[in-house]
Design a protein around this ligand. Structure first.
Ligand SMILES: *Cc1c(COP(=O)(O)O)cnc(C)c1O
Length: 404
């Protein structure tokens, strides 16, 4: 008799974005004359920059000729890309990371979801609350948690680290020592960033207690402050306790192109086993390489032209972020984020719940955002606005919110 993976049945339906879509469609049907602007979008909107398009065209042309055609890519990624990553993202920043410690993949969502596979199911997991849902859900699927607790609105057997206004939306070192600690900085959804000194405390804690930190740095390109680390390997001792995940989605607009990578240093050993060798085994068995064409596009991200063009693109989004943050603050809202991340985290006014504020904003300002409660119990009473729209629409949306 076939049975299913019952761990999946513990997952409550994720209705966040479908509920948002339904509410917006219903409103538009009743109010066809109203122009609804979305600041809820978690996807980039600007086109790929010219340096990347040129690399894509050239790579496509190579695929058209037997002499330059490329078949299966190496499991762990092409040398040209891993060398460019090691030099630009790590060595130039003073981080001791070698090309062969980098695993090229199709993105940080898959890596952040798959990485738990190399750990035992008896490991205890710690996550921030609110949180990017992938970290929790993939551990639920693997059977590393208990049941969903409807009263607490989270899972038994998981250590939740509240990120609230009181602690500046930064988690505190957990009292109960976890095995795996997921951290994401700059953070989605709160837009908060961690300083190098604060992150060092996590690295020291992990080394002292034998934990592994899974560090999601997907928003690294948005960092504007000098004391905010671009990589966890800027911290001393991170090579013996941290795995880092990176993506080309938010820094270079690859959400539809697909490319990312994971870094696992050689020294990272747990249970007497090298995690690098386990992930290499997993990657080689279950992944057949990111496309050659896409890896060539990734290489162009590190060219002089690519860097300059992407700096401008990220700057475009961050101009939106600053506008949202500064204008809403002036209007009396309690806002955070938006300085090192494309997300603004807003406290709902008048003690409204996240969903009440969603409905209010949709109806009164025709602006769509994302209810903070959709990211975890401690997101209740908060609201996420994103900087990924056009400047014109962002300006218009903010003017409408201000005039409420
Ligand atoms: C967008 C995002 C990613 C990137 O995912 P890709 O699969 O590379 O597109 C990873 N982590 C977080 C927290 C994100 O918001």
């Amino acid at each position: 008799m076939v049975t299913v993976n019952h761990n999946y049945l513990r997952l409550p339906g994720s209705y966040l974005f479908s509920t948002i879509g339904k509410k917006v469609r219903a409103y538009k049907e009743l109010n066809p004359d109203k122009e609804v602007i979305s600041l809820g979008i978690g996807d980039v909107t600007q086109p790929l920059v010219p340096a990347i398009i040129e690399a894509l065209h050239n790579a496509v042309e190579e695929m058209a000729h037997a002499e330059t055609f490329h078949g299966y890519a190496p499991d762990l990624g092409y040398e040209f890309l891993r060398n460019a990553i090691a030099k630009n993202d790590y060595q130039d920043r003073g981080c001791d990371i070698k090309a062969d410690e980098i695993f090229v993949s199709d993105g940080a969502k898959s890596d952040s979801g798959n990485i738990q596979e190399i750990f035992g199911t008896d490991n205890k997991v710690a996550v921030c609350d609110p949180v990017y849902p992938v970290y929790v859900d993939t551990n639920v699927m693997a059977g590393r948690t208990g049941e969903y607790n409807t009263a607490r609105e989270n899972f038994d057997g998981v250590i939740y680290m509240p990120c609230s206004k009181e602690n500046g939306f930064l988690p505190e070192l957990p009292k109960e020592v976890p095995d795996l600690i997921y951290l994401c900085f700059p953070n989605n959804p709160t837009g908060s960033a961690i300083t190098r000194d604060e992150l060092q405390k996590w690295v020291d804690y992990a080394n002292k207690n034998g934990c592994v930190i899974i560090y999601d740095a997907a928003y690294e390109a948005y960092i504007s402050q000098d004391n905010v680390p671009h990589s966890i390997y800027e911290c001393e001792g991170a090579r013996t306790c941290a795995i880092e995940l990176r993506s080309f989605s938010k820094n270079a607009g690859f959400t539809g192109v697909r490319l990312g990578f994971t870094v696992i240093p050689d020294e990272l050993v747990r249970d007497g086993v090298s995690l690098h060798s386990l992930w290499a085994r997993r990657h080689g068995t279950k992944f057949n390489g990111a496309p050659y064409i896409v890896q060539k596009a990734g290489e162009a991200v590190y060219s002089e032209a690519g860097k300059a063009q992407l700096k401008e693109q990220v700057g475009y989004y961050m101009r939106n972020a600053k506008l949202i943050h500064d204008e809403l603050e002036k209007a009396g809202f309690s806002v955070s984020g938006g300085v090192n991340a494309p997300y603004i985290w807003l406290e709902t006014p008048d003690k409204m719940t996240s969903w009440q504020f969603f409905d209010y904003l949709l109806k009164e300002a025709n602006v769509v955002g994302t209810p903070g409660s959709g990211f975890g119990a401690h997101g209740e009473g908060f609201f996420r606005l994103t900087a990924f729209g056009t400047y014109e629409n962002t300006r218009k949306a903010i003017d409408r919110i201000k005039s409420l």
